[in-house]
Design a protein around this ligand. Structure first.
Ligand code: SUD
Ligand code: ADP
Length: 320
């Protein structure tokens, strides 16, 4: 009798911006203690997983040339990690992964993490695993600090190295303009640069997270704009001084505020509403300060199978 080959599964997965990124001390394991508020954005990647005799990874779209297709691709690492977790053969998983990138590579928007999260969700469906979101989140945390959040989506407070999440109440859809830089920045290098700046002097640190949580609960983008903050921004700007000009240009173009997204170099500009975002994007495109401009909104859901509108289990209690 012929075995039935399951149909390929496609998963859409969001990018993220850190609305608040407070970086604490470096820990003995080399990671920094974080207090961060993530928001999932509508700028997405799509990942298709399929059973195949020729296993491997294909990458298309935004920045595809800079993405490894071998064992170091985070999506492939997700295949191996999940296979090990459920007792399948992790050396020879008969899986082909096709990634269509919309998220900039090494852009501070969790693109690689997104592909790993999407792969976990896709494989859970392809392999018909009896595995809940919490268990998938544990596997996600082993793949990278940002992977649990892009699996989860929405708006969430992250602690530890960023992988311990509590959902945050966000009452509004926020509109963003994203300025992609010509080249990426390496996340470990940006953390190391922050350590260096802190050893030399005392770069300003962002404040407590509570006022930002209150602004999110109120839903007023003007209030939120005043409270956006990122401790990694001085380090990203130190490594890429041109970002100062990009940040100024977005505000001159009419954004309420601009920040470096995570470890950068993408700059994220919060706008009053969707129309304002389109105007800011048009003006910023002509300013010559970045490679590409995109508009996006958030919060949006985490990684989910395309065409699957079944409601999720109730999220854990909201924070604010
Ligand atoms: C900065 C942030 C902000 O959300 O994201 P990006 O902006 O790069 O997307 C994250 O902290 C990045 O998370 P992620 O990209 O998953 O990093 P990981 O693979 O876990 O770690 C890569 C490296 O970053 C540094 N790292 C990461 C997280 C953390 N809390 N402290 C760290 O010092 C370590 O040097 C680590 O070896
Ligand atoms: N699926 C993937 N997509 C993007 N980058 C990947 C992927 N797998 C591995 N990488 C590597 O991870 C590095 C960080 O990429 P990315 O996750 O996009 O950036 P960031 O950590 O700034 O959000 C890249 O330089 C790339 O070499």
């Amino acid at each position: 009798m012929l075995a039935v080959v399951p149909a390929p599964v496609t998963v859409r997965v969001p990018s993220k911006v850190n609305l608040h990124l407070a970086v604490g001390d470096v820990r003995p394991d080399g990671y920094h203690e974080l207090s961060t508020v993530f928001q999932a954005l509508s700028l997405t990647d799509e990942v298709t997983v399929a059973v195949a005799d020729e296993p491997g990874v294909e990458v298309h779209g935004e920045g595809a040339d800079a993405v490894p297709t071998g064992a170091s691709n985070l999506a492939w690492r997700a295949v191996q990690e999940l296979a090990r977790h459920v007792g399948r053969d992790a050396d020879e998983p008969k899986v082909r992964i096709v990634i269509r990138k919309g998220i900039p590579v090494a852009g501070g928007m969790a693109g690689g993490s997104a592909d790993a999260a999407a792969t976990l969700v896709g494989l859970a469906s392809l392999w018909r695993l009896d595995i809940g979101r919490d268990e998938l989140a544990q596997v996600a945390g082993r793949l990278g600090s940002d992977v649990p959040f892009v699996l989860h989506g929405g708006t969430a407070l992250g602690t530890g190295r960023g992988e311990q999440l509590v959902p945050v109440l966000a009452r509004h859809t926020y509109h963003w303009v994203l300025a992609f830089d010509r080249r990426g920045l390496s996340t470990p290098k940006v953390y190391t640069e922050l350590d260096r700046l802190r050893a030399e002097g005392d770069p300003p640190r962002i404040g407590e997270v509570e006022p930002l949580l209150a602004a999110l609960a109120s839903g007023d983008p003007r209030q939120l704009a005043l409270l956006l903050g990122n401790d990694l921004q001085p380090a990203a700007v130190s490594l890429r001084p041109g970002l100062r000009r990009t940040l100024r240009a977005g505000v001159t173009a009419g954004a309420l505020a601009g920040i470096v997204s995570g470890s950068g170099p993408t700059c994220a500009f919060l706008c009053e509403d969707g129309d304002a975002a389109l105007r800011v994007a048009a003006e910023l495109s002509g300013a010559g300060v970045c490679r590409t401009v995109r508009v996006a909104h958030g919060p949006v859901p985490g990684a989910r199978v395309v065409g699957d509108d079944t409601p999720r289990s109730a999220p854990p209690e909201a924070h604010a």
